[in-house]
Design a protein around this ligand. Structure first.
Ligand code: 2M8
Ligand code: MG
Ligand code: MG
Length: 270
């Protein structure tokens, strides 16, 4: 299997960012030769640290499908349309962050005071909104593609703002805590591109994709995967999915639900 997984609220606990409850299953999956591929809102910098702590040497998808990073020695060829960064091949699907920042500035004035973007926050503010450590918050702020906004106006104004941004050419994705203004990329498109790279390398092997996520920004990959898993959250309902034949819903929260469903799907265990 190619297992595409969201991190926050899915493989990582929504509040303390630990994957302890899933560590045993993660270990088993790696040992059995499955590929666990993070597909997350997090940044390249955050993912580099996460990969070390989870001991993953797989590719990963970052900033909500804006880009894919593949270790240089992972495939014996350079994937198409990639550039090199820190010993990885990077494939981008989105314009750079500066484009979205100026769009927000241009079209967001009418909503002044109702939201604050990461670019306007201090590290301490990100720490207090997320519960990340100071270093982790610093890494979360090193964004290359999109801009996460913290909304503090009412819901009606928020909808109006989202329409305005969409009309101006942005895509709006909602994570567990923030609203992301980004390009016309999503976790589903990036996942399908990367799955294609695996098939190109191993033509004789048929890979099945499993996607796991807890929030609306996961919907596109849940719809595009062969098997989808909605992970239960304390803070919001399951992400909506329009089409999916093979759908699982966890009864446990976050990483415990991750283990619960993958044990069932991959190892046929209740
Ligand atoms: C943001 O991502 C979450 C994911 O659901 C969100 O949108 O609420 C990103 O800024 C990410 O980089 C950061 O690590 C995370 C912390 O909760 O928040
Ligand atoms: Mg999530
Ligand atoms: Mg996420």
């Amino acid at each position: 299997f190619l297992i595409f997984t969201d991190l926050d609220g899915t493989l990582l606990d929504h509040d303390n960012y630990s994957f302890e409850a899933a560590a045993g299953t993660l270990q088993k999956l790696k040992a059995a030769g499955h590929f666990v591929i993070p597909n997350t809102s997090k940044t390249f910098a955050e993912l580099s640290s996460f990969k070390q702590s989870a001991q993953l040497n797989t590719p990963f998808i970052f900033e909500n499908g804006s880009a894919v990073a593949i270790p240089k020695d992972f495939f014996p060829w350079q994937p198409p349309e990639t550039v090199e960064k820190e010993n990885m091949w990077i494939k981008s699907f989105s314009p750079e962050r500066s484009h979205w920042l100026s769009l927000i500035q241009q079209h967001g004035q009418h909503f002044y005071g109702m939201f604050k973007g990461f670019s306007q926050m201090s590290t301490e503010e990100v720490v207090s909104l997320t519960g990340l450590s100071h270093d982790a918050a610093h890494q979360a702020m090193q964004r290359q593609y999109g801009e996460p906004l913290h909304w503090n106006g009412d819901e009606y104004a928020k909808r109006e703002f989202l329409h305005t941004m969409q009309a101006a050419g942005a895509k709006v994705l909602t994570g567990g805590r923030f609203t992301h203004i980004c390009g016309d990329s999503d976790k589903g498109k990036a996942m399908l591109w990367l799955a294609q790279m695996f098939s190109r390398e191993c033509e004789e092997q048929e890979f099945k994709t499993i996607a796991l996520g807890d929030s609306q920004n996961d919907s596109a990959m849940l719809e595009a995967a062969d098997i989808a898993v909605q992970i239960k959250s304390h803070s919001h309902p399951f992400p909506k999915i329009k089409k999916q034949q093979h759908l699982y819903q966890s009864t446990l929260y976050g990483p415990a639900g991750w283990s619960e469903c993958l044990e069932k799907i991959v190892f046929n265990q209740e």
